[in-house]
Design a protein around this ligand. Structure first.
Ligand SMILES: Cc1ncc(COP(=O)(O)O)c(C=O)c1O
Length: 393
């Protein structure tokens, strides 16, 4: 198996089982990420197929792996950056500043200074203090007013922290910007990450239209609508449903093709691209009073302080696969899966059913590409997984 920064090429659908066999993980005590870059490409084409009018600006926070960024940059995606370092990463990947939105409405001055030096013009704003900050530090930037329109249900709601009231505050911000001679060029929203109330997009697009109208009254010529993120990463059928709602709402409220429409998908592009393969390094069998095996506890080499931080922060429910041969007829048991640290919070799952696996056996976790890699820490001295990259020819 080649080194972790090389890209391995394959001819058909990536066979995780085969990769696992070839990686000879029996000799290795660390978990391994298998990253399918073709999955990222497929998602990009799926986006274009469903939402050809809307340009995706990948939300780098979701997975800041430079190879992911370079893959999307080569496909022509734009990027949503939240900090100076994310801006640097994207600019160093041959991305022009026009393809970037600085979509963090509250930024430290040094980060704004960097955006100004690099001519990253587009940036979101949702409060008057930030408008004054821009007036002082980046007066020729393009202000995108971010308003709040939350889905009734989302994995990670964002509205408590970001987005101004669409009816009153957005108008007040535009008035202030006008008085300070700043340029408002668009509006944005985020319905919440992992959104499961799709009509929220239609409500938000309607509100955006009103903001465009108020901007017009002030003499602004708003040209950009940013519909944020919230698109699922591992369910293309659900994505199709959201795309249908978005497409219809855009057609109704923004029929003018001169309005540029962008989005900030994060998990959509990367969630499905990663399979994390972990090894069982210890186990315990829990029996009931009659001595019958009730639960098997497994201790793995990655946990909630590492890649599985997505369970704590992103409220992800993980699924698992084992790699035993001829296991169809084996009995399965309630399986409690722990991470490697000495902390009982480090619990990966208690709801899975698996055959009775042994020390040294592997468990794979699909859909591990979103909000995992950039947040993971090597707590308790357990190293983070290496990554193998694959791409179809
Ligand atoms: C401003 C902004 N844009 C985009 C995203 C990406 O969201 P998602 O991964 O749900 O597409 C986030 C996620 O937190 C965000 O804060």
């Amino acid at each position: 198996m080649s080194s972790q920064t090389e890209i391995n090429y394959y001819e058909q659908v990536l066979n995780i089982r085969q990769v696992v066999d070839e990686a000879h993980l029996e000799d290795c005590d660390e978990a391994l990420n298998i990253c399918d870059l073709s999955s990222v490409e497929r998602k990009f084409h799926l986006w274009q197929q469903h939402l050809p009018r809307i340009k995706p600006y990948y939300a780098v926070k979701c997975n800041d792996n430079p190879i992911i960024v370079q893959t999307l940059a080569a496909l022509g995606a734009g990027f949503d950056c939240a900090s100076k370092n994310e801006l640097k990463l994207v600019l160093n990947s041959n991305v022009e500043p026009e393809r970037i939105i600085f979509a963090n409405p509250c930024r430290p001055v040094s980060h704004l200074d960097y955006a100004r030096e690099q001519h990253v013009l587009k940036g979101t704003v949702d409060n008057e203090f930030e408008v004054y900050k821009l007036h002082k530090h980046y007066p020729n930037s393009n202000l995108i007013v971010r308003f709040k329109c939350e889905a009734k249900a989302a994995q990670c709601p964002l509205g408590d922290k970001f987005g101004c009231d669409a009816d009153i505050d957005a108008s007040a911000l535009m008035l202030l910007a006008k008085a300070l001679d700043l340029s408002v060029t668009g509006t944005s929203f985020h319905v919440g990450s992992g959104c499961s109330e799709y009509e929220a997009y239609e409500r938000a697009i309607k509100k955006a239209k009103n903001i465009f109208k108020f901007g017009e009254l002030l003499g602004y010529d708003l040209k950009l609508l940013d519909i944020g993120g919230g698109f699922p990463g591992s369910d293309d059928e659900q994505f199709g449903k959201i795309a249908g709602i978005v497409d219809k709402a855009v057609e109704k409220h923004f029929p003018d093709e001169h309005i540029e429409i962008i989005a900030e998908p994060g998990r959509f592009f990367v969630a499905a691209a990663y399979t994390l393969v972990c090894k069982i390094h210890a186990k315990r069998e829990v029996r009931n009073a009659a001595g019958k095996l009730d639960t098997v506890m497994y201790y793995l080499n990655d946990g909630v302080y590492g890649s599985f931080n997505c369970i704590l922060y992103d409220h992800q429910v993980v699924t698992a696969e084992h790699y035993l041969d001829d296991a169809e007829n084996l009995p399965t048991f309630k399986s409690l899966i722990w991470g490697p640290s000495c902390d009982a919070l480090d619990k990966i799952s208690e709801d899975l059913r698996l055959p009775n696996l042994n020390r040294g056996d592997l468990i794979g976790f699909p859909n591990m590409g979103a909000y995992t890699v950039p947040i993971a820490s090597a707590f308790n001295g357990f190293p983070l997984p290496k990554t193998l990259y694959f791409k179809a020819i």
